[in-house]
Design a protein around this ligand. Structure first.
Ligand code: PLP
Length: 393
């Protein structure tokens, strides 16, 4: 029998969907995949070359658990240049993806029974990671009315004497919302006043559109710097999801504690990937810009198509690579002889009837929404939208 703690943990909605998509593909079905959360571009050559050099140069042994000094220094430079945040290398930890960085931060900050505010819609792993760390996720529901953003008034209602941390994600997966500097300053003032820590998941930092600018919480609210762990990584910006490199920066004692957690769980992140990540951070930004331009075109196209399908309601997201329409108008309608009871069922019908894979919002704390990723080719987006239109028309 597994532990009590593990009995509280839900499987990942996105991974479950992928399993069914693979089954259908194995049956020869042509599935249009809008479920994916990774760029469909290859890792740029200049990064791959550095990894090959690392292998050939035998940089294949254990590294310091917190990461190679060269990469930690490059991360400090990145934070200073991109975010105006000054850190020493001792305040930086390299981990096995941003997901791992966030987990390390929860374990380092949360005491048993401490509350962690998780704004909903949320990335599927946040509440489960909080529970794994012994904390209690307090889901703070946001709605389309505030563009799925938290306000200080909402925080006022959500905090208690046990509130320890808020997890903060801008640009957001799944909503694509991006907080403005003023919004961040107001939230930061509230959090600092209440001594609440922020784990800032900035993984979609570079993927912003339509004039939106990513600003990190402690940049907009400097009083939050001593209370913030800023997390980022190379997965989304440099099309490096499989390399598994993320990083975190924050106050020395917390980063040291996160390093201790990691030391006993994984030791260092893969040596070769660390050298590749160094090449990514030090290299030209041209490929990132090209990728963002391609995403932007698809974002506009997919949003327009969805807005024109009766029953799908959404505005254009400003960041990340997802459109997150609500489908509440379709609930109660009959489709292929079945009455749609929720977004989960609609997603199932889309997958089983027209082989279009999108992730139902229930796993993100938004049961009336569906997440469509546009990290796929324009042709596929067109094909998928045509199929949905035909089914619903
Ligand atoms: C919001 C968010 N944070 C973190 C991650 C994980 O990134 P990494 O590949 O660096 O672990 C993802 C990946 O989907 C994500 O969507």
């Amino acid at each position: 029998m597994v532990s009590d703690r593990l009995q509280l943990i839900s499987p990942s909605a996105t991974l479950q969907l992928n399993a069914r998509v693979q089954e259908l593909a194995a049956e020869g079905k042509d599935v249009v995949k809008f479920g994916v959360g990774e760029p469909d571009f290859p890792t740029p050559d200049y990064i791959k070359e550095k990894a090959i050099e690392a292998i050939e140069g035998n940089k294949t042994t254990y590294t310091p658990a917190s990461g190679i000094p060269e990469l930690r220094k490059a991360v400090c430079k990145k934070f200073a240049e991109d975010n105006g945040l000054e850190y020493e290398p001792s305040q930086v930890l390299i981990s096995v993806g941003a997901k791992h960085s966030i987990y390390n931060a929860f374990v380092a900050l949360v005491n048993d029974g401490d509350e962690v505010i998780v704004p909903a819609p949320y990335w599927v792993s946040y509440p489960e990671q909080v529970k794994l760390a012994g904390g209690v996720p307090v889901i703070l529901q946001t709605t389309e009315e505030t563009d799925f953003k938290v306000t200080p008034e909402m925080l006022e209602d959500a905090v208690s004497s046990r509130t320890r941390v808020i997890i903060f994600n801008s640009p957001s997966n799944p909503t694509g919302s991006v907080y403005t500097p003023d919004e961040l300053a107001a939230l930061g003032a509230f959090l600092a006043e209440h001594g609440i820590w922020a784990i800032c998941d900035d993984i979609y930092e570079y993927l912003v559109y339509d004039g939106a600018v990513h600003v990190s919480l402690p940049t907009a609210a400097p009083e939050m710097k001593p209370l913030s762990v800023v997390v980022n990584g190379v997965s989304k910006a440099y099309a490096m999801t499989g390399w598994r490199i993320g990083y975190a920066a924050g106050p020395t004692d917390v980063i040291k504690a996160m390093g201790t957690v990691q030391e006993h769980a994984t030791s260092n992140a893969t040596s070769i990937s660390q050298w590749a990540a160094l090449a990514a951070l030090e290299g030209p930004k041209g490929t990132v810009e090209e990728m963002v331009r391609a995403f932007d075109e698809r974002r506009i196209y997919m949003t327009e198509r969805l807005q024109n399908i009766p029953g799908f309601e959404c505005t254009a997201p400003k960041g990340a690579f997802y459109v997150f329409p609500n489908v509440r108008q379709l609930i109660g309608q009959k489709m292929d002889g079945r009455t749609i009871t929720d977004a989960d069922m609609l997603a199932e019908v889309l997958l089983e009837e027209v082989y279009v894979a999108a992730v139902p919002g229930s796993g993100f704390g938004a049961p009336e929404n569906i997440r469509f990723s546009y990290a796929t080719s324009m042709d596929k987006i067109e094909e998928g939208m045509d199929r949905i239109e035909k089914l619903l028309g």
